[in-house]
Ligand binder design. Sequence first.
Ligand code: C5P
Length: 235
Amino acid sequence: MRNPIIVALDLPSAPVALDLARRVAPHVGAFKVGKELFVAEGPDLVRRLRDTGASVFLDLKFHDIPNTVAKAVAAAVRLDVQMLTVHCSGGSSMLRAAEVAAQETAATLGRPAPLVLGVTVLTSMDTAALRELGGETNLTLQVERLACLAADAGLRGLVCSPLEIEAIRKLLPHSLQLITPGIRTGAEKSDDQKRTMGPAEAMAAGATWLVVGRPIYGAADPIAAARHLLELLGA
Ligand code: C5P
């Protein structure tokens, strides 16, 4: 079975992140590098993670004019990441530019194109926050609208909350890869994730990949935590 667990390395420095990555790598599918770690440690950290043989998900959520996003995506492809994120709200031209840059740069380098993942509505947004922006105020409709926009622009994957998986699966082709955070086993202490799901439930609902942060990096024994997640997945 393909290991669907992506560990979010929401950690402050390269030594701490690389130490965790080296220990849990045999038990997980990939590592997610987000803004904190990337801004602190830069592309060199990504290269060092890749040197361990791990797959890397660069979660910088690009949102800019199409030309700028295309160049940032091309730079990420040269860094040899396997997944990266863009905001769907950047619009169809930006999304298409991101996907084309991923495909063309990868083809030039003779490697598979990374998965460009669309982020729909941030899970920190509620109806009131949407209303402030104007436009659609129904969260579900806005998520569905942006998901369709991304798929129509050629994106092959989306980041979504576990509670959105079913609706997106009904709307869009099954080949679309869905990456979902908010995974909890019930054994962890409570934190700021409000809309959570167990790993097996999320996979059964149609998730392709599960992003797991604190339940692994915050565990007393991260290897045991990763193995427990795998057991829950029946692996
Ligand atoms: O620690 P935890 O498992 O909650 O980490 C989840 C990861 O997924 C974090 O890196 C968080 O930023 C990210 N994420 C999220 N909710 C979203 C999008 C990303 O929790 N809607």
